[in-house]
Design a protein around this ligand. Structure first.
Ligand code: GAR
Length: 192
C-alpha cells in the first residue's frame, strides 16, 4: 500500500456488511484510499471478508485498546484520515478520542438519542423499538466522543415502523438505510 494515500481505519466486530459496502463503494467509484480493519474479535466474520478483499487487519484485546497505547500506536504508524466504527461495541477510550478529534464516526441502528447507550446494539435495539410500539426508527451517523452514542450528529434517516413489523423486519429496513447512506457519508468526510 502506498504511504501517502490516507487511510480509513474501520473498527468492526460483527458480520462486516457495512465495512464491505464502504470499501466496495470506494473501489467502484475509483476513490483512492487505503483501508485497514480492526476488530476486538479474532473470529469475527468481518476479518474473513477483509481477507477476501485484500485488506489488512489488526485484532486486539481490551487491554491493548483501553489500558495501553497498542491500538493507538498501530494507527499512528499510518496516515489516518478517518476512523469508522461499523458494528463496534466498545467505548472508545480517551487516548483515541483526543488524538483523532472529529475524525471518528459511528453508525447506530436507531434514532439517537433514543435507543442508544451501553448494551444497546443490533437486535436489542430493534426489539425495544417494536416492544415500545414506536412509529418510526432509523439510523444515526455521528462523531464519536468519550460517551456511548453521544457525539454530534452527522446524518439521521428514518422509516416508518408498521404495526405488524417484527424486530427482524425493522433490522432489514435499518440495514437498507445503512448501506444506502453510510458509504456516501464516509466518502464526503474522507474527501473534505
Ligand atoms: C449495524 O447495524 C450497526 O448500526 C450496528 O451494528 C451493525 C453492524 O452490522 N451498530 C451498533 O449497534 C452500535 N451500537 P454489520 O457488521 O453488518 O456492518
Amino acid at each position: 500500500m502506498e504511504k501517502d494515500i490516507p487511510y480509513i481505519a474501520i473498527f468492526a466486530s460483527g458480520t462486516g456488511s457495512n465495512a464491505v459496502k464502504i470499501i466496495s463503494h470506494f473501489r467502484e467509484n475509483n476513490i483512492e484510499a487505503n483501508f485497514c480493519i480492526l476488530s476486538n474479535k479474532k473470529d469475527a466474520p468481518v476479518l474473513q471478508k477483509a481477507a477476501e478483499l485484500n485488506i489488512e487487519t489488526f485484532s486486539f484485546g481490551r487491554k491493548d485498546f483501553a489500558e495501553n497505547d497498542t491500538v493507538l500506536n498501530y494507527l499512528k504508524e499510518k496516515n489516518i484520515k478517518l476512523i469508522v466504527l461499523a458494528g463496534f461495541l466498545w467505548l472508545v477510550p480517551k487516548n483515541l478520542v483526543e488524538n483523532y478529534p472529529e475524525k471518528i464516526i459511528n453508525i447506530h441502528p436507531a434514532l439517537l438519542p433514543n435507543y442508544g447507550g451501553k448494551g444497546m446494539y443490533g437486535m436489542k435495539v430493534h426489539t425495544a423499538v417494536v416492544d415500545n410500539k414506536e412509529k418510526a426508527s432509523g439510523i444515526t451517523i455521528h462523531f464519536v466522543d468519550e460517551h456511548y452514542d453521544h457525539g454530534k450528529h452527522i446524518l439521521q434517516k428514518s422509516f416508518d415502523v408498521l404495526p405488524d413489523d417484527t424486530p427482524e423486519m425493522v433490522a432489514k429496513k435499518v440495514q437498507q438505510l445503512e448501506h444506502k447512506y453510510f458509504p456516501q457519508v464516509v466518502e464526503n468526510l474522507y474527501l473534505q
